[in-house]
Design a protein around this ligand. Structure first.
Ligand code: SIN
Length: 296
């Protein structure tokens, strides 16, 4: 009842692990896959090993989490083994990749073997990477086109909400040949410790995830669904089946779940069974709810 084909990939359900959460080792990717995820997305992987920003790099705030990890990763040259072992769990493994220019992205996409690539042009706090690229439609189009030439698997582009009009960036990705867009990455944010007067995060500012950003993400998905012909994948603040249904009604064909996995590792199985009961009761299929909120 929940199975679907997304950009050519067969998924048993539309619930995927979002990049950045439990996605650095094959062990954690497999754990999530074995607990009901339809697909898993790795931590963002770059050209060279990278240590990331200084600590604290993730803090809980009253409405979610602020992180400024700084894209720490072992480099694509040391990551193929993790993907290969994660694939034993028989769900698609999507490699999130980042770079500073189209050539960086192309080198990684040409070498790494995964079921699809998710281009991180949206991290809000990494100098020279992420949203510094992903706020420029021309760069997004160029990078997407270059990766499409280098890769023989679907290419998804993860968008930043920290722009005036996310549709322009989505359209640029689509023009570059993207197979799907993923909306949204974290919302730029900051917290200050009032005892010391210093910013809490080592990087001073970071990206907000969790429940607070769900309405922002829903609006982005809604707008992208209207503007684009390619699938939209929703992410941002999902913690139960109602959130998933809402994202799909806004126009998401599938969703990714991030912050909430930290509180409940069984969230994928839990959401699948609640979704099935809800849809059975309503006599709705995934096709019925996809974009439902756009009806006149
Ligand atoms: C990070 O590793 O800094 C987070 C990645 C992201 O926000 O895209």
């Amino acid at each position: 009842m929940l199975s679907l084909t997304l950009t050519g990939l067969k998924l048993k359900n539309p619930l995927m692990l979002a990049a950045g959460i439990m996605g650095t080792t094959c062990g954690s990717l497999k754990r999530i896959a074995e607990r009901g995820a339809g697909a898993v997305v790795t931590k963002s992987i770059g050209l060279e090993p990278k240590g990331g920003h200084s600590n604290p790099s993730m803090v809980e705030v009253d409405c979610g989490y602020l992180n400024a990890m700084g894209l720490p990763n072992p480099s694509y040259k040391n990551f193929q083994g993790e993907i290969d072992i994660a694939k034993e769990s028989r769900v698609p493994v999507i490699a999130s990749i980042f770079g500073g220019c189209s050539l960086d992205f192309a080198e990684i996409a040409g070498a790494l073997r995964a079921d699809a690539f998710e281009l991180n042009v949206s991290c809000p706090h990494a100098h020279g990477f992420g949203a510094e690229i992903g706020t420029d439609p021309e760069l997004v189009e160029d990078i997407t086109r270059t990766v499409k030439r280098a890769a023989d698997v679907p290419v998804w582009v993860k968008l930043t909400p920290n722009v005036t009009n996310i549709k322009d960036i989505g359209l640029a990705a689509e023009s570059g040949g993207a197979d799907a867009v993923v909306a949204i990455n974290t919302v730029r944010g900051m917290a200050i410790d009032i005892e010391s007067g210093y910013p809490v995060l080592g990087n001073k500012f970071g990206g907000l995830s969790g429940r607070a950003i769900k309405p922002v993400a829903i609006k982005c998905v809604y707008d992208l669904y209207e503007a684009l012909d390619i699938p939209v994948i929703g992410v941002g603040g999902i913690s139960d089946y109602r959130d998933v249904i809402e994202f799909m009604m806004a126009g998401a064909q599938a969703v990714e779940i991030g912050s909430a996995v930290g509180n409940n590792i069984n969230i994928f199985n839990d959401i699948s069974s609640c979704m099935e009961s809800f849809m059975e009761e309503k006599e709705w299929t995934l096709e019925d709810i996809h974009g439902m909120a756009h009806r006149e």
